[in-house]
Design a protein around this ligand. Structure first.
Ligand code: SAM
Length: 231
């Protein structure tokens, strides 16, 4: 069964490239490392974004001058801290999490990162809870990193609620390598990744569609981070 790599890096492997980037950019500080530790102690799954992706999220949010950010899939708040660090004074991150236990760990992460006054955590199924913030839109950036089957629905929501030149980012866009295998490949017959792959393929295709609302590209991170800019 395919799974996320233990050590997530860039798609470009070999020649010590990941080590070089690590040493040069130092993408993870003590606050972020502490989130991974506390999440593990609390029994949360280690499915946070990689250190490289976290920094990338912050840099993209800064480049977009994002003041209103939406994140779908909080977990322990690691990517949320990265995104919230990009916010100017008065900015807000709305982050959506299904599991109350994850949200509690995340709340402590935002507190320890001195970011609690700019982050609002919404607990429950994101597809139902997103409507609660629509009046605050349009938003500047939407980061999608939760239940894969809903990615096309989250993307459609982002298309309706991002400003022109707003940014959408979806993680796991390589579907653990499954985007590149044939529809009848043996690994898809075993089950639960098939539906996720189908939704991720549809999401990538919608962002790539020249006639759609996006101008997009795949960022070749370890897991694939697809990025679209609202036309
Ligand atoms: N973005 C996080 C980070 O890198 O720090 C990781 C998010 S993790 C991959 C996915 C999270 O989405 C999990 O915490 C899971 O409980 C949550 N989730 C799953 N289905 C959801 C739903 N329908 N609505 C909101 N959150 C959901």
């Amino acid at each position: 069964m395919p799974s996320s790599p233990d050590v997530k890096s860039f798609a470009a492997q070999g020649a010590g490239l990941a080590g070089y980037v690590e040493k040069t950019f130092h993408p993870e500080d003590e606050i972020l490392a502490d989130i991974r530790k506390r999440a593990a102690t609390a029994g949360l799954p280690a499915i946070h974004v990689s250190p490289f992706d976290g920094r990338l999220l912050e840099v993209i949010a800064r480049a977009a001058r994002a003041k209103k950010i939406v994140e779908i899939g909080t977990l322990a708040g690691l990517s949320g801290v990265c995104l919230a660090r990009a916010l100017p004074e008065g900015g807000v991150l709305h982050t959506f999490e299904f599991e109350k236990k994850h949200a509690e760990v995340a709340r402590e992460s935002f507190r320890k990162g001195n970011l609690e006054n700019r982050v609002k955590i919404h607990i429950g199924p994101a597809m139902q809870n997103l409507s609660a913030i629509e009046a605050e839109g349009p938003f500047d950036l939407v980061f999608i990193d939760a239940d894969k089957e809903n990615y096309p629905n989250y993307l459609a929501w982002a298309a309706r609620h991002l400003r022109p030149a707003g940014v959408v980012l979806c993680d796991n866009a390589f579907a653990w390598g499954l985007v590149a295998v044939a529809d009848d490949a043996a690994e898809l017959k075993q089950g639960h990744h098939a539906a996720a792959r189908k939704a991720i393929l549809a999401t990538n295709a919608a962002i790539a569609d020249q006639k759609g609302p996006w101008r997009g590209m795949m960022l070749p991170t370890g897991e694939g981070l697809v990025m679209g800019v609202r036309k």
